[in-house]
Design a binder for this molecule. Structure first.
Ligand SMILES: NC(=O)c1ccc[n+]([C@@H]2O[C@H](COP(=O)([O-])OP(=O)(O)OC[C@H]3O[C@@H](n4cnc5c(N)ncnc54)[C@H](O)[C@@H]3O)[C@@H](O)[C@H]2O)c1
Length: 339
């Protein structure tokens, strides 16, 4: 099996590469990644050293992807602009990468007759829930953020190619991931990094938004199951069955790191902030014999441990561009809120 993984230098993509190479000793992987601010070759270091993983630096919008996908047995498509807050500031890169880039990948794979294409999407395409209910694969697409809208568009492009061209693709929609190698602009690593540094933890609004958390290794095992046993043209929901309010999660992280709750700083809420996500993944469990294996408490403790052990990785990311972004986005918001 020769697998091409787009966005494999990012958080979930790099975890997936490690998972696949560990599980399937005979498989080879090529990572295709532009290396944006979110891509980090360090995430792939162990795999690149081991020899069954190649790397191509390329934009998924580049016509050259056609040559790269030729001869592959499957393509797993992670590459995307992925941070909601950035999409609120400027969605151009989201439209370009998530919509045009996905179309370019689909077109190239169709042309090269790649036998299997797995499009990695998100539960955010379904929009927001009230206090009750769960998203199923039949739920309407009602994306609220520019990020979610571009992911919904990309899902529809993939599914349109399935209907029109019998393109052999599956779409997965997963809830919020956490685990090693996650860029520290996302909620859990941001809270851990701030707590470790003894700095304020910025929490939107009153912290009442609820997310359904899944450990990244469980997402990877689900993707592996879909890749091998999923039915073409189907959508599969993936979730961890662990709903938590942001405020409660921030407090848990502070407790685990022995820091005071006074470090929590409520900041002006994100515009259009989805209240609650909860995902029903019975179809994936039933059809593909898959279930999440990591208990949240255990996964969170391991993740905190990982960030403590990888201070240098964190420091490298939090310098330069990230620092500027972090200052602008969170520190200024916190000031506005306080005024
Ligand atoms: N993080 C989550 O909780 C979550 C949940 C469900 C689904 N997803 C989806 O999973 C995928 C991966 O998410 P992530 O959190 O690992 O993202 P990430 O931001 O950590 O990584 C994205 C990767 O894509 C690369 N990339 C971006 N634009 C590119 C381009 N134009 N060409 C080539 N490479 C490009 C980046 O360099 C980076 O390596 C995304 O499609 C996201 O929508 C994420």
């Amino acid at each position: 099996m020769k697998l091409l993984v787009t966005g494999g230098a990012g958080f979930i993509g790099s975890n997936f590469v490690h998972y696949i190479l560990g599980k399937h000793r005979e498989w080879k992987v090529v990572v295709l990644d532009k290396l944006t601010y979110a891509g980090n070759l360090k995430n792939l270091e162990p795999a690149l050293q081991e020899g069954r993983c190649g790397f191509v630096q390329m934009d998924i919008c580049d016509r050259g992807v056609l040559e790269q996908v030729q001869g592959c047995d499957a393509v797993v498509h992670f590459a995307a602009e992925s941070h909601v807050d950035r999409s609120i500031e400027d969605a151009s890169a989201f439209v370009r990468t998530n919509v045009d880039g996905t179309h370019n990948m689909v077109q190239a794979c169709h042309q090269a007759r790649v036998p299997r294409f797995l499009h990695v999407s998100t539960d955010e395409v379904y929009g927001s829930l009230g206090e009750e209910g769960q998203f199923t694969e039949e739920s309407n697409l009602q994306p609220n953020s520019p990020y979610a809208a571009t992911k919904a568009a990309s899902d529809l492009i993939v599914l349109a190619y399935v209907r029109t061209h019998k393109f052999p693709a599956m779409v997965t929609r997963c809830s919020n991931n956490y685990g090693p190698y996650q860029f520290p602009e996302k909620f859990i690593p941001l809270m851990i990094a701030q707590a470790m540094a003894g700095q304020k933890l910025p929490v939107y609004g009153a912290g009442l938004n609820v997310r359904d958390w899944i450990h990244v290794s469980d997402h990877c095992s689900a993707l592996d199951a879909v890749l091998q046993r999923g039915r073409e043209g189907e959508v599969y929901n993936i979730g961890g069955g662990c709903e938590l309010r942001n405020i409660d999660l921030a407090k848990r992280i502070l407790r685990a790191l022995d820091r005071p709750e006074s470090l929590i700083q409520f900041v002006t809420d994100r515009p259009g902030h989805d209240l609650r996500y909860a995902i029903n993944c019975e179809k994936t469990s039933r059809e593909l014999d898959w279930a999440p294996a990591v208990q949240f408490d255990e996964g969170l403790a391991q993740t905190i441990h990982w960030y403590r052990d990888h201070q240098q990785w964190l420091d490298d990311l939090r310098s330069g561009q990230y620092r500027d972004y972090f200052q602008k986005h969170y520190v200024q918001r916190a000031k506005t809120f306080a005024q």
